[in-house]
Design a protein around this ligand. Structure first.
Ligand SMILES: Nc1ncnc2c1ncn2[C@@H]1O[C@H](COP(=O)(O)OP(=O)(O)OP(=O)(O)O)[C@@H](O)[C@H]1O
Length: 741
């Protein structure tokens, strides 16, 4: 029969050992902070990107914690569970040299979990009432993926058989041909452990002088018979697995080579499979790779199966191991999420105790059949009632003695009877002898049965406290201890509750700060989005402006070029038609009106010089030229009144004072040529490109000034590159482009 199954997580403890003397001498600093009230481990790392790492576990133990603290705080209840019929597993995991063997085994002065568990088991049995126990132990190691029986006796043939992992009919894992030893006391167990330890594979590495090079599994089977509520006897079978794993190691750190290196490779391989099994269980994967290593196969029930399990993760505090410490903590943190389904193993078919008890019942029945009244109070409903066995044995002894006494009394009475003849007396003596023989025969048989019973009884364990007072005081002691444990548990729980409370308050405060910050972030985000949109708009506007400016720029450049060409053309015209001393006073006296957007030239009173024109022409031609000239004047090309010469060369001034200078004859000729060309051509075309037009920054053409004077520097004065008279008019002005229409 099996009790209802319920899920239960693997419990994870972390134990941090103190700095070793070697580490202190090397000047290493501790980087692990253990807060056992809050059950937190904090690891300080010097790498900024990792910062401080904090983990919470079911129990944490710092460098000052004792073996007793660990056992009473977290292990005792698990051993109790094994006594109640649960499978229970405790396994120590961690980097090499971090204290796994110290925690599991300890020393004779400072015993660890294994001896303390055995102490608890035997104390429990000792104070039990009406219960029988059978305690068996086995001890083996996995060394380089090979199973070794650590308790085998050398030279015995059956021990030479290879031990193998098998699955029983209930689907549970067991090891075939592994030696099982019945334990009767703690001392017995200690001797057995010593033998096993001597067979264990241990080696020395740079990290640990006595490093375990194998995974060691010490298993205790506890079978217990007890009277059920149905008045029948039932059997519970608990199993306690105590596992000291080999340490994970970085080969570079342990400096291993040769055999040590090979061992380390195998150790790391099986530990990595253990990690994969843990991951698969946590992720509820459809395939869990238990079969990938012997270790995981043996721990199959303990991880994800029918077991209550505690993992003890051992770590070191020193800074130089921080990476390994973090790796162990991550491994342990994942293991917290493994779910098991432990249940009490009740009345299994293959319980050895059941075999013994059935045999005992049969022997008792035989004994009863030989008793004087043919029945026994120790067997009811065909089952052995352990409470009545001792009383009945006492009664049996008494009844044999009283039967013998009765027989002796009868014989003595017969001998004292004087009325009997010799033959009758002989006859009676023979009857007495036969009766005595039969009584003795029955007694011998009873004694043999008793011896068998005792030998079976010896194999089973039960409470040794016989008197009611002893039993009561043992029970009181047990109750007192349990009360202490409860008090301790309550104290720890209230510490944890207080720590959690503080944490909740901290979290609430942080949450409210986070909410405020989030709100601020939201506002900032909204503002940023708005600004970004505005920025985008501005960017677009700037682009448009730039495109516009570029196109305006192009237009302006074109316009400026056109204006420059036009200016050059006009100056060319002026230079052709008007001597410099004639137009310079005009230029100096010219004024620009920004309001009218117009230039005004000096008044008539100002004297200007005009060139003599139209020499030696007929009257008709002169008139024509005069008209043409005046039309140019009208067009503001020649703002100077014309001085008309007569045939003799006398000057005749039509307006104002006129002078003629021999130097200006060239210009007059040029002007005459131009006018002549004008008489023949529809358009006058001037090639502005043959002049270099330079424009000084101060030259007065800017429209920004309201009123200004025109001046022309000599540098800006265009000079003909060749004599215009050398060429035909059209050739001289090839690209004026019709500007002078
Ligand atoms: N909590 C502790 N308090 C004091 N000393 C400790 C503690 N834990 C471990 N030590 C010491 O540290 C050393 C290494 O411990 P131990 O051999 O148990 O490590 P381990 O993890 O089993 O190593 P390996 O994996 O190499 O077998 C031993 O000298 C042990 O006595």
């Amino acid at each position: 029969m099996q009790a209802a199954k319920s899920e239960e997580a693997v419990r994870v403890l972390v134990r941090c050992r103190p700095l070793s003397d070697k580490e202190v001498a090397a000047g290493y600093k501790p980087v692990v902070i253990v807060d056992n009230k809050a059950r937190k481990i904090t690891v300080k790392t010097d790498k900024a990107e990792k910062g401080e790492k904090v983990y919470t576990f079911d129990g944490v133990y710092g460098s000052e914690s004792t073996q007793e603290d660990v056992f009473n705080g977290s292990i005792r209840s698990l051993v109790d569970a094994a006594l109640q019929g649960f499978n229970s597993t405790i396994f120590a995991y961690g980097q090499t040299g971090t204290g796994k063997t110290f925690t599991m085994q300890g020393s004779s002065k400072d015993p660890g979990i294994i001896p303390r568990s055995m102490q608890q088991i035997f104390s429990h049995i000792d104070s039990s009432i009406n219960e029988r126990y059978l305690v068996n132990a086995s001890y083996m190691e996995i060394y380089q993926e090979e199973l070794h029986d650590l308790l085998r006796k050398q030279g015995k043939e059956e021990n030479a058989k290879k031990i193998e992992i098998k699955v029983d009919q209930n689907g549970s894992i067991y090891v075939k041909h592994l030696s099982q030893y019945q334990l009767k006391s703690v001392r017995h167990m200690e001797k057995m452990m010593e033998r096993g330890q001597q067979n264990r594979s241990v080696g020395s590495t740079d990290m640990n002088e006595y490093s375990s090079r194998s995974h060691a599994i010490f298993t205790v089977n506890i079978e217990c018979s007890h009277l059920g509520l149905d008045g029948k006897e039932h059997i519970r079978v608990g199993k306690l697995n105590l596992v000291d794993l080999a340490g994970s190691e970085k080969q570079a750190k342990t400096n291993s080579s040769g055999e040590r290196f090979k061992e380390a490779t195998q150790i790391n391989l099986s530990l990595s499979t253990l990690g994969k099994v843990i991951n698969a269980l946590v992720e509820k994967s459809s395939h869990v790779p238990y079969r990938d290593s012997k270790l995981t196969r043996l721990l199959q029930d303990s991880l994800g199966g029918n077991s209550k399990t505690i993992m003890v993760a051992n770590i070191g505090p020193a800074s130089y191991n921080v990476e390994e410490t973090l790796s162990t903590l991550r491994y342990a943190n994942r293991a917290k999420n493994i779910k098991n389904t432990p249940h009490i193993n009740e009345d299994p078919k293959d319980a050895k105790l059941r075999e013994y008890l059935d045999e005992l019942s049969a022997l008792r029945a035989k004994l009863a059949s030989r008793s004087s009244n043919g029945s026994t109070s120790a067997i009811r409903n065909g089952q052995l009632n352990l409470a009545d066995v001792d009383d009945e044995e006492a009664t049996e002894d008494e009844s044999y003695i009283s039967a013998q006494q009765a027989l002796n009394k009868e014989r003595n009475a017969m001998l004292a009877d004087t009325g009997l003849n010799e033959q009758e007396k002989r006859q009676l003596a023979e009857d007495f002898a036969r009766k005595e023989e039969a009584l003795k025969g029955r007694e011998v048989e009873r004694q043999e049965l008793r011896a068998k019973v005792e030998s079976i009884e010896e194999r089973m364990l039960r409470g040794h406290l016989v008197s009611v007072r002893e039993r009561l005081s043992a029970q009181e002691e047990d109750l007192r201890r349990k009360q202490q444990e409860l008090d301790e548990q309550e104290r720890r729980e209230s510490d944890v509750i207080a720590a959690l409370d503080r944490e909740h308050r901290d979290v609430a405060q942080k949450n409210s700060t986070v909410s405020v910050l989030k709100a601020n972030i939201d506002v900032t985000k909204a503002k940023t989005a708005k600004l970004q949109a505005e920025q985008e708009e501005l960017r677009k506007a700037i682009k448009e402006e730039e495109a516009l400016a570029r196109s305006i720029g192009h237009t302006q450049v074109e316009e400026v070029q056109q204006l420059q060409q036009r200016e050059a053309l006009l100056w060319t015209m002026i230079n052709y038609f008007v001597p410099a001393n004639s137009w310079e006073p005009l230029l100096e006296g010219a004024a620009y009106s920004a309001r009218r957007r117009d230039w005004s030239l000096p008044t008539k009173s100002q004297s200007v010089t005009r060139p003599p024109l139209f020499l030696n022409y007929s009257d008709e031609r002169k008139k024509y030229l005069e008209e043409k000239y005046n039309s140019l004047l009208w067009e503001n090309i020649l703002p100077v009144p014309v001085e008309m010469d007569d045939v003799e060369g006398n000057k005749e001034t039509t307006e104002g004072e006129a002078t003629f200078d021999a130097e200006e004859a060239v210009y007059n000729k040029m002007l005459a040529g131009a006018l002549d060309a004008a008489c023949h051509e529809e358009d006058i075309v001037v090639d502005a490109d043959v002049y270099t037009i330079e424009r000084e920054p101060s030259s007065g053409y800017s429209g920004s000034s309201h009123s200004q004077s025109l001046s022309r520097s000599s540098a800006a004065t265009p000079k003909p590159s060749r004599s215009p008279t050398d060429q035909k008019p059209l050739e001289r002005y090839p690209s004026a482009g019709g500007w002078l229409k």
